[in-house]
Write a protein that binds this ligand. Structure first.
Ligand SMILES: Cc1cc2nc3c(=O)[nH]c(=O)nc-3n(C[C@H](O)[C@H](O)[C@H](O)COP(=O)(O)OP(=O)(O)OC[C@H]3O[C@@H](n4cnc5c(N)ncnc54)[C@H](O)[C@@H]3O)c2cc1C
Length: 452
């Protein structure tokens, strides 16, 4: 049996069990529909990793069991990417995850690496750079993360949405994006199942997708090989601050001494922020995804609609909307997995930390998607999942040092873009920690913008 272990306090701490994966998947589905979906939809059944022990020995020798060059809090895609880039730069970070790797939002989501849905400016520029990093990641991480670049369509249903997209596209072209408006004939040449009633779309061949859970775990695995220590089922209980600077991180096993801590706890980052006296203006923005039965591949591209972009960037539109599906925060996102399942979403709403699925939203998603793809009426929907996007109060991520506590950093607020932005976010935070020049001026995403 090809089990996966990571050393933990002299014990072997099982984090992935290949032999028991079928049972584990069933259990995961019962406990967390989202996790189960991502495993099956992206073909996780056969895809687990084995850690090389070489790196972690080195980590322990140099850092000691209760010392670390840096502690990353949160084993989602952002924390794992950060741990990877820190380890690649020669540091020995410890990553602490209260559950298993990738069991938070990073396994309750789609895997779009869509450039078209990014706000022009720093978000789009970072996404373009991140997409480039994704191209080499399968080789770099030594694991097939299922990165593809099939191109993407933003479908446009109404004149009102066309006007919004004209403004967005103008700015995207100014940023160097390759995007174009296409008519129904061209849409249907690319995707024959799109309704004849959809007059226009914006197309970009740069849009791609990836398996979020594979990517998260591949970052963790490679980070461990390079000397990071990955500790799962290890909740952080407190952060030790001395004279205004990070001194350590508290767990049930004791304190890990460190000068550097990265809060990468996603929607839970405000709780970690409280441990440091650093308020984090992030809250969960819930999303539902409906999963269809598997069929032969009939969808080639990543699909969203203009309403997806409008709602994402302006939450107030939902309150003013008259269309009932719009009022529920529903817009279109659709992809077909390698297994043949359609993942159809989604909705955006603020519902605290409640991840119960709402039937009216699931029904609304099904109804709304058939406006664009009438053939979906013939397909059975077999399950759903609900995830929480880490939404920052001004709609932009926070990727920066926390100036009020020396040695504290934060990487969150990525909302619906965390998968697309993960490589560049991890790399940027590691550059900040190492006092290296970052590719972009990160001032717009600084923590300090909330201190003014
Ligand atoms: C429905 C939906 C669809 C989406 N689709 C896309 C998409 O197509 N493309 C895209 O780019 N993005 C998408 N996103 C957004 C993306 O999923 C998130 O931005 C991303 O997963 C956030 O990653 P994270 O690492 O910040 O958070 P998480 O994955 O939630 O990781 C945070 C981790 O911190 C851990 N943690 C919390 N507190 C503690 C503690 N005290 N101690 C230790 N560990 C702790 C948690 O257990 C968790 O594992 C989607 C999101 C949703 C909900």
């Amino acid at each position: 049996m090809d089990n996966l272990f990571v050393e933990k306090s002299g014990k072997r701490d099982r984090i992935f069990d290949v032999g028991g994966r079928q049972a584990a998947q069933q259990e995961a589905f019962n406990q967390n529909k989202a996790k189960a979906l991502c495993m099956s939809a992206k073909g996780m059944q056969g895809a687990f990793f084995s850690f090389s022990a070489a790196g972690s020995d080195c980590s322990k020798e140099e850092a000691g069991m209760n010392k670390a060059d840096a502690v990353v809090i949160g084993g989602g895609i952002i924390g794992c990417s950060t741990a990877y880039y820190l380890a690649r730069a020669g540091l020995h970070p410890v990553l602490l995850e209260k559950n298993g790797i990738g069991e938070g939002t990073s396994s309750a989501c789609d895997g779009f690496i869509m450039l078209q849905t990014k706000k022009p400016g720093l978000p789009l520029r970072m996404a373009m750079s991140s997409a480039k990093l994704y191209e080499g990641l399968t080789e770099e991480l030594g694991y097939d993360i299922q990165y593809r670049r099939p191109g993407g369509l933003v479908l446009i249903e109404t004149e009102e949405m066309k006007k919004i997209m004209e403004g967005v596209v103008k700015e995207q072209i100014r940023e160097g994006m390759e995007v174009e408006f296409i008519n129904n004939d061209r849409i249907r040449a690319l995707e024959p199942l799109v309704s004849k009633d959809i007059p226009a779309a914006v197309y970009s061949e740069l849009d791609g997708d990836v398996s979020p859970i594979y990517t998260t775990r591949a970052f963790a695995k490679k980070a461990a090989e390079l000397g990071a220590e990955i500790k799962t089922h290890t909740p952080v209980r407190g952060v030790h601050i001395e004279d205004g600077a990070v001194a350590g991180v508290l767990t049930d096993e004791g304190e890990i001494r460190t000068d550097i801590v990265v809060n990468a706890a996603g929607v839970w980052s405000p709780m970690v922020g409280e441990m440091m006296g650093t308020p984090i203006p992030v809250r969960p923005r819930r999303g539902h995804i409906v999963v269809s039965e598997a069929v032969a591949r009939v969808l080639q591209h990543e699909i969203t609609d203009a309403r997806y972009i409008a709602i994402k960037h302006d939450p107030s539109l939902v309150e003013r909307a008259k269309d009932p599906t719009f009022h529920l925060g529903i817009s279109l996102s659709m992809e077909q997995t390698e297994n043949g399942n359609f993942l159809i979403g989604s909705a955006r709403e603020f519902a605290g930390y409640n991840t119960d699925a709402r039937f009216d939203i699931l029904k609304g998603i099904c109804e709304y998607s058939t406006r664009f793809f009438p053939a979906l009426r013939n397909l059975n929907m077999i399950r759903c999942f609900v995830g929480m996007r880490p939404y920052c109060e001004d709609g932009s991520p926070i990727i920066s040092p926390i100036s009020t506590v020396k040695g504290a950093y934060i990487a969150t607020g990525t909302e619906g873009d965390g998968i697309a932005l993960a490589p560049i976010t991890g790399r940027t935070i590691s550059e900040m920690i190492l006092h290296r020049e970052t590719e972009f001026d990160m001032t717009p995403f600084s923590y300090d913008r909330f201190l003014k």
